[in-house]
Design a binder for this molecule. Sequence first.
Ligand SMILES: Cc1ncc(COP(=O)(O)O)c(C=O)c1O
Length: 413
Amino acid sequence: MPKQSLSRRRFLQSTGAAALWIPASVRGYTSAEVQALYVDGVMQEEVSKWELDTPALCVDLDLLEANIAKMQSTLASNGIASRPHAKTHKTPIIARMQLDSGSVGICSAKISEAQALFQHGIEEILLTTTNVTPTKIQRAMDLRQANASFIQATDSAANARLLSEAAGAMGIEADVVVDVDPGGHRTGVTPGQPALELAQLVDQLPNLTLKGLLCYDGGSQHVKGFAQRREQTLQRLAAATETYDLFNRSGLNNEIFSGGGTGTYNIDHETRGLTDVQVGSYVFMDAQYIDIGGESDEQVYDDFAASLTILTTVLNDQYEGRCTTDAGAKSCTINRPWPRVKGEKGMSYTSGSDEFGTLRYEEEASRSYQVGDKLELIVSHCDPVVNLYDHMYAIRQDRVEAVWPIAGRGMSA
Ligand SMILES: Cc1ncc(COP(=O)(O)O)c(C=O)c1O
């Protein structure tokens, strides 16, 4: 066994699961070295999370698996399904875990993201965004031709006609859902009669098959306080249920009535007709969601655990009350609230500077850091953070178990 490996093993034995101290004899691994050690799905050497070069995006496998299991068991007892949104993780391996746990499909935000998922073996994809340009419509039809399970959204009559023409030109039949606006006016057609007329058009146009409707109420997901969130959600989704009823009365197919997200996953089943929730963030969680409060704790939303962290290294400890790390805006984004130091109290973190993070100690800080120390950050908002990294390290009990490519990273077109 090479000398370097021996010293690494001693380090692993001596430090234990929660260690932060890195002995000088351990030089650590670069990202390329860890990737090279991950062969045919198996790590060839034991690598501690704390030996990773930083900034590094890490996902705790025990927590990730528990989040997926909790979502599935709650939805099952509430009588609805999950169709998780891959915009959060952009990682085909996680999409596969979700499908294997019982999800009825995977949502995608962009056609390039959907293509990346399909190239990595994910077929049951619902594209929740309407494609409006000829290029994107053509790409969606190409994907549909290759993948009979692909479904796409539309929100206007003009768009539905373009889809029908494009499908006809290729000699294919395309599955379509009508995107209904919950009131935020971001996307979607107005519920009620306008949505019904669009659905009837889709149903009549050649080469299109109506599958149902979508209604994602993004404006309700982060409402603070469970009671307020529940009230707003049910009130705003009532119009979508009326639309669902109109589809029913008109004999239209509404096998899909999809909506909801992480903030409302345990409320959405109260919306009559809703078949599945497009939950995204629950797999990782983030500071934005932790702050909304849950059904059992009005302050902290802890239904799901923060499985996603950024590992960062202290670069400077010379100044009173603060230290500087290597994880700034390019590793954490500048979303608010700022990232949080995992497992510690009495400190705040800001990532406004491009390459540097600033950690400030408050009076009751649980510890202080020295140059070279590593710490973990709970991310501010998981989706854009994931989009900054080519891969994430899958960690179990502080050991690297896998290196997962984020195949949809940068796929925003
Ligand atoms: C259309 C759509 N569905 C589902 C989601 C997932 O929401 P969440 O991450 O809150 O679960 C999003 C997030 O922005 C979305 O835009």
